[in-house]
Design a protein around this ligand. Structure first.
Ligand code: MN
Length: 151
């Protein structure tokens, strides 16, 4: 996938969000942005194949075991977006404030069609996390902490 959908949704004369491009090489950025849009949500992003794979998280991301969040995959974002904070203008796509809620790196354990397992190394989220596709909901995934020690 490319950044076409990301670019199509935005008017870069009106938003300060990065235009960005697909990067070469494989970084391992992990970031969660808190997004005060019409509905407050968090955006989980993982660098993969030159872009940020992205999911909208409707409630605060789980820091502890035992909390499962239904998250919705959204369009790929440019890697430059990982450092974006600021106000998206009224009337623009995703209007509202964006702030970085957590940031670090991640190690990939598995990246499958229906299951992604990563070890997040952030300040708020740190540990092994699973994303399991939830087919009852379009683009739905379950996101939860899944430590190996029986959790
Ligand atoms: Mn968002």
């Amino acid at each position: 996938m490319s950044l076409e959908e990301y670019k199509r949704k935005r008017d870069f004369r009106k938003t300060k969000e990065p235009l960005g491009e697909v990067k070469k090489g494989e970084g391992k950025i992990y970031v969660i942005q808190k997004h005060y849009a019409s509905h407050l949500h968090w955006d989980l992003r993982l660098e993969k194949q030159g872009v940020l794979k992205s999911w909208a998280v409707p409630k605060e991301p789980p820091t502890k075991k035992g909390v499962k969040r239904l998250i919705i995959s959204t369009e790929d974002h440019p890697v430059d977006y990982a450092s974006f904070e600021g106000e998206i203008a009224e009337g623009e796509y995703g209007a509202g404030k964006v702030e970085i809620w957590d940031r670090g790196t991640y190690d990939e354990e598995k990246w499958g069609e229906n299951e992604i397992i990563v070890r997040l190394k952030g300040k708020r989220l740190s540990g092994r996390y699973c994303l399991i596709r939830f087919k009852k909901v379009e683009n739905g995934w379950l996101f939860f902490r899944c430590d190996k020690d029986g959790g």
